[in-house]
Design a protein around this ligand. Structure first.
Ligand code: SF4
Length: 443
């Protein structure tokens, strides 16, 4: 029988990327071969994102390209998986009858069965409970460099932010058990992981669903026992549930990066309330003061939404003033996306796209100035850098990340060297220059 080669296109966030790795683990376990080259695939799996308008569009564009390949008989089958399917299963089936199979965000563990059906020419649809959460026994095929791996500790979300549809796409919050996570962390370390990026929609809630309290401090302590992992990076700590106990656990650890990802979304009390974020401006200001006092040198990343329904010029100015005062080391700005099924989609006072766009650019411009200023603090300092890639055209130029750069989202450290260095290893780099978002240095 001819060997079936399976390729994957994985879109969306790091949590979806972990799902894609688990999917590939099941594909390999079912004796299909995996290819990185979509052009050489027989069947392509498209793992989609359905969070906001831009992400949905990216998923649809990718699907159209794959269907074009199928039409030209370059592909035997196209299987669409994940959040977009969970959200729009019926519409997608009607719109794209050429797709061979649709699997929701909680159904991808059936991938081996689905591939057999698809290669036999059968169609298949399965969209049930949202958000499958894999455990350490389920093999993963790495889609990131082996030195940096994601550790997904939970699935779903119990918060009720009015702009967000994620709880519908991913289900209620469920956390894994500490022993299972430590086992997986050890497996990843054995495969070469030097950096573990701990992810979940909100990692501060870890354990709440079965222990009635946050077990994140205990998990972080348990991860300290994993040999060879030098950095543990924590992504997405919800501000109203980031407790002193968690902050202390971060402060005392030698392994956890002094990097806090704290999505705040806004600062005006009126907008925070409408967003149903559960924090006030006063509480947020106090939390940031505490973080900076308890974790010296901490780098704080946040994200803000501009153009939320009811946001006036005054609210927006308040946000800019807060950015100016706080000087976040890393910051992302998003234009509000009116998502059907979310509470905020029905709110009065929807902001015209033109104004959202204008506010987005003003906030980005301000952050660029702040980022330049923040970067200058590191001039002449030495940073430990995880080296990642060598420039293809200029072999003396390498790129790496320091503790303050999360993969994919933050800046990097550009290293000029004539020494023999290797990707996946740590080096001490002296910062000699700065750019808008990146640092430049030498070994
Ligand atoms: S915390 Fe809020 S924004 Fe984040 S996934 Fe949950 S509901 Fe959405």
């Amino acid at each position: 029988m001819k060997e079936i080669r399976v390729g994957i296109v994985s879109l969306g966030c790091s949590k979806t990327l972990v799902d894609s790795e688990v999917i590939l683990g099941k594909v390999r376990g079912a004796h299909f071969s995996i290819t990185q080259d979509i052009g050489k695939s027989d069947v392509v799996l498209l793992n989609t994102c359905g969070f906001i308008r831009d992400a949905k569009q990216e998923s649809i564009d990718a699907l159209l390209k794959l269907l074009e390949l199928k039409k030209k008989k370059k592909l035997l089958g196209v299987v669409v998986v994940g959040c977009l399917v969970q959200r729009y299963a019926e519409e997608l089936q009607k719109e794209f009858p050429e797709v061979d199979a649709f699997l929701g965000s909680g159904d991808y563990m059936r991938i081996a069965e689905v591939l057999k059906k698809v290669t036999d020419g059968q169609k298949f649809v399965s969209v049930h409970k949202a958000g499958y959460l894999a455990g350490a026994d389920e093999a993963r095929v790495s889609l990131t460099p082996l030195h940096t791996r994601y550790l997904k500790i939970s699935e779903g979300c119990d918060h009720a932010c009015s702009f967000c549809v994620i709880p519908k796409l991913r289900g209620r919050y469920r956390s894994r058990h500490i022993a299972d996570l430590v086992r997986e962390a050890k497996q990843l370390a054995d495969e070469g992981a030097k950096e573990l990026v701990v992810i979940g929609q909100d990692i501060t809630r870890f354990g709440w669903d079965y222990a009635g309290k946050s077990l994140l401090p205990q998990l972080l302590e348990a991860l300290e026992t994993v040999r060879d992992v030098k950095w543990v990076r924590l992504l997405y700590t919800y501000p109203s549930t980031l407790t002193d106990e968690i902050i202390r656990a971060i402060a005392k650890s030698k392994q956890i990066c002094r990097y806090i990802d704290l999505p705040l979304q806004h600062i005006s009390d009126k907008i925070l309330k409408a967003m149903r974020r559960g924090s006030t401006k006063k509480q947020i200001v106090e939390l940031i003061r505490k973080l900076r006092a308890m974790i010296p040198g901490v780098v704080i990343r946040t994200s803000f939404i501009v153009g939320f329904p009811g946001e006036t010029e005054e609210d927006f100015e308040e946000l800019l003033a807060f950015m100016r005062e706080t000087k976040f080391e890393c910051l992302g700005i998003f234009r509000y996306s009116q998502e059907e099924g979310s509470a905020a989609a029905e709110f009065p006072g929807q902001v015209p796209e033109k104004i959202k766009e204008e506010r987005y650019h003003r906030a980005m411009q301000l952050q660029q100035e702040i980022a330049r200023e923040v970067n200058r603090r590191y001039l002449g300092k030495e940073l430990r850098v995880l080296v990642e890639t060598q420039n293809g055209k200029d072999p003396g130029l390498w790129t790496g990340r320091s503790f303050m750069d999360a993969p994919e989202v933050d800046g990097s450290v550009l290293i000029r060297t004539t020494k023999e260095i290797m990707a996946g290893k740590f080096y001490t780099v002296k910062i000699t220059d700065t750019q808008d978002y990146d640092l430049v240095g030498e070994i």
